[in-house]
Design a protein around this ligand. Sequence first.
Ligand SMILES: Cc1cc2nc3c(=O)[nH]c(=O)nc-3n(C[C@H](O)[C@H](O)[C@H](O)COP(=O)(O)OP(=O)(O)OC[C@H]3O[C@@H](n4cnc5c(N)ncnc54)[C@H](O)[C@@H]3O)c2cc1C
Length: 402
Amino acid sequence: MAARTIRTQVGIVGAGPAGLLLSHLLHLEGIESVVIESQSRAHIEERVRAGVLEQGTVDLLNAAGVGERMRREGLVHHGIELRFQHRGHRIDFQELTPGRAITVYAQHEVVKDLVQARLAAGGQVLFQVQDVAIGALEDDSAQIRFRHNDEDCRIACDYIAGCDGFHGICRSSVPQGVFRFYEKTYPFGWLGILAEAKPASGELIYANHERGFALLSMRTPKISRLYLQCRPDEDLSQWPDERIWEELQRRVESVDGFRVNEGPILQRGVTAMRSFVAEPMQYGRLFLAGDAAHIVPATGAKGLNLAAADVRVLAHALACRFRTGSGERLQGYSEICLRRVWRAQHFSWWMTSMMHRFEGSDGFDHRRQLAELDQVISSRSAAATLAENYTGLPFQLPGEEL
Ligand SMILES: Cc1cc2nc3c(=O)[nH]c(=O)nc-3n(C[C@H](O)[C@H](O)[C@H](O)COP(=O)(O)OP(=O)(O)OC[C@H]3O[C@@H](n4cnc5c(N)ncnc54)[C@H](O)[C@@H]3O)c2cc1C
């Protein structure tokens, strides 16, 4: 039986932040798209991941009309704390990068807001699709084949956006040799928990400790998000609640007797630390965005923000293409995005190298880290570099100079 055919201008694979935001931005430009997602709506709306939004991401969500709940419920932070040798040192964003801040608002809340906006506008988001395959990328139009509700389906479209994350199928559907991959894996991961406990600090605390890195973050005024450096293949069964709390308390201890607030652990998981970039981020009618094209270690809080920056550029370039017929801006997509991606890679690597314990070192690395942290807290320009990168570099669109 012939597959059911859906015609649209842009077929989007993946309903993470990248795919949903792209679909919404295209809608604002009067461009039709269809999003397909392998998971259920409930799954993507509950999936706990990132939660730090750069100033530019916040501005973008507000300008796109999907920031109402984020403005109400998000927590605006004007600094972070670096803690080492049992003392805390505040990096003051407001003073170092006037007018810029970060907003703590969970990624799955951003996803909920975007799903709601797409469905309210009559947008098509097809959940729980299976057997997704993309093709005809070098022809006059592209296609996506999949199964949905036991039916063979086919999207015929002008362009495909591969927003299907690191493990998606879009990147690997391109002939071998087209992309060059750059990759670095770190000899540790993060054990992350979500706990029903009031955050112990009003701002994020990044702790460098002899026993390993720890990060105190939050999702709401009542829910803490806490991380411990661990082995990349850490066995969670070896981490009963008491051990997690004890280790967290030790890694963030300070001369003033600071304690992390404890409470029921709602969710736990281990995330690997990896840097990865695929270059270029496009091939024929396929454009990769977000984690499908690049991964950063979470220390810099850049993954979700890079996904938003990519689709901002892609939506603009597609709008130019459909409005004027010129594909020039689309051709410049990779180059514009990769400049930001590599700066975020550098920042994320730098934060990771400065904050984590490296096994097997005779202590040299730790002494070097302390010297680096000392420079960050005592040099205004070093602190400003951290603050500028953390709150987010300015956006650049094709044809614009920074
Ligand atoms: C487990 C995990 C924990 C993380 N924790 C943090 C954190 O604590 N802090 C931080 O800053 N960043 C974190 N990140 C990074 C951040 O969440 C990502 O950078 C962000 O999700 C990127 O958004 P995206 O839309 O590009 O990809 P994703 O959010 O991965 O979305 C891709 C979507 O595509 C779907 N999909 C995959 N394959 C297919 C297919 N074949 N067909 C259809 N749909 C498909 C997936 O189900 C998913 O919904 C984490 C990432 C992961 C994976």
